[in-house]
Design a protein around this ligand. Structure first.
Ligand SMILES: Cc1ncc(C[n+]2csc(CCOP(=O)(O)OP(=O)(O)O)c2C)c(N)n1
Ligand SMILES: [Mg+2]
Length: 331
């Protein structure tokens, strides 16, 4: 029940953020299909409630690490369309000055330590960020997003061991979308995923990743506990990606059926579900929701136009802002 002004604002913010992610992805897909975007990209559509439910529980001071499917995390953590589209198109005004692209997008100003094309690659970064918080006596929390396929990486077991021993303020958020590239998770992952974290004495939870309120409720509780030094935690979020593994993966029938895709889209879509709830609870009218959708669409279209017209970095800057010197890092 929408029971206070603060809650109402949070509900509308979460709805809007989910729509922003879906809209961003629709535009990114279009840019790729019309050959305006270089490289490869992985769509987050279908998984919006995971990033939004969790990031709504975080402040700008809290950190996240992201994945190759990272646009949703980036938007949810507060990034702007314009700089994101510039990054995807390799333009100078992008978050990483056009040198990161889709799979390496980062936004330090909102605590997004970055996407990572190496499956599981951000697990050490997240755990290191949490170790830094503990050593400095800071109260920020880091959320490490990764996919079900990344649970096959040995690094996860090294970092969970350290995080558990040192009681680090980190939350491992496993986005279980049922597939690792073109393989069903059930065919490659033995036992329960949460049991793997429990083996290290880490409290682990399962949640419906299509239900933004359930995700946000759990995340809010765990973030508060992690701040008090009760972490680490592990959460498995059951979700689904609507597109192929990457934008070029268009013939998917050999590894999943059209009926399965249709069932998730028609019956478990996080945006449709939350929209119905908002209307039923009287948080927003259909007209207000339509107006919000249209506003987001217009914002995205303007940002795309801006990014297409924006400048590329100069050729002589090719190795600028790519390396850092260790003295600077240690200072
Ligand atoms: C270390 C490493 N191994 C393999 C790959 C190739 N690869 C890219 S994405 C992917 C599957 C990842 O599956 P999952 O972690 O479930 O994330 P999802 O794509 O489902 O979001 C693989 C094997 C890679 N990028 N890095
Ligand atoms: Mg997966």
């Amino acid at each position: 029940m929408a029971d206070s002004k603060t809650n109402t604002e949070a509900y509308l913010r979460m709805y809007r953020q989910m729509v922003r992610i879906r809209t961003f992805e629709d535009n990114a897909n279009q840019l790729y299909l019309s050959a305006k975007m270089p490289g490869l990209t992985h769509m987050y559509s279908g998984e919006e409630a995971v990033a939004v439910g969790i990031c709504e529980a975080l402040t700008d001071n809290d950190r996240i690490t992201s994945t190759h499917r990272g646009h949703g995390h980036c938007v949810a953590k507060g990034a702007e369309f314009q700089q994101m589209f510039c990054e995807l198109l390799g333009k100078e005004e992008g978050y990483c000055r056009g040198k990161g692209g889709s799979m390496h997008i980062a936004d330090q100003s909102h605590g997004n330590l970055g996407a990572n094309a190496i499956v599981g690659g951000s697990m050490g970064i997240a755990t290191g960020a949490a170790l830094r918080a503990k050593m400095q006596g800071a109260d920020d929390v880091t959320v490490c997003f990764f996919g079900d396929g990344a649970t096959a990486q040995g690094l996860l077991y090294e970092v969970m061991n350290m995080a558990a021993l040192w009681k680090l303020p980190v939350i491992y958020a496993c986005e279980n979308n049922g597939y690792s590239e073109y393989t069903k998770t059930d065919e490659i992952a033995a036992g329960k995923i949460t049991a793997r974290a429990e083996a290290f004495g880490i409290e682990a939870f399962e949640v419906d990743g299509q239900d933004v309120l359930a995700v946000n409720d759990l995340a809010t509780k765990l973030v508060a506990r992690a701040r008090k030094g009760e972490g680490p935690f592990f959460v498995e979020l059951k979700t689904y990606r609507y597109h192929g593994h990457h934008v070029g993966d268009i013939n998917r029938e050999y590894y999943r059926s059209k009926e399965e895709e249709q069932d998730w889209k028609a019956n478990r879509d996080p945006i449709i579900r939350f929209r119905s709830w908002l209307v039923e609870q009287g948080v927003a009218s259909e007209d207000e929701i339509e107006a919000m959708n249209a506003e987001v669409k217009a914002d995205a279209a303007a940002a795309v136009d801006y990014a297409i017209a924006a400048k590329y970095p100069e050729a002589h800057e090719v190795d600028m802002h790519v390396f850092t010197d260790i003295e600077h890092v240690l200072a």
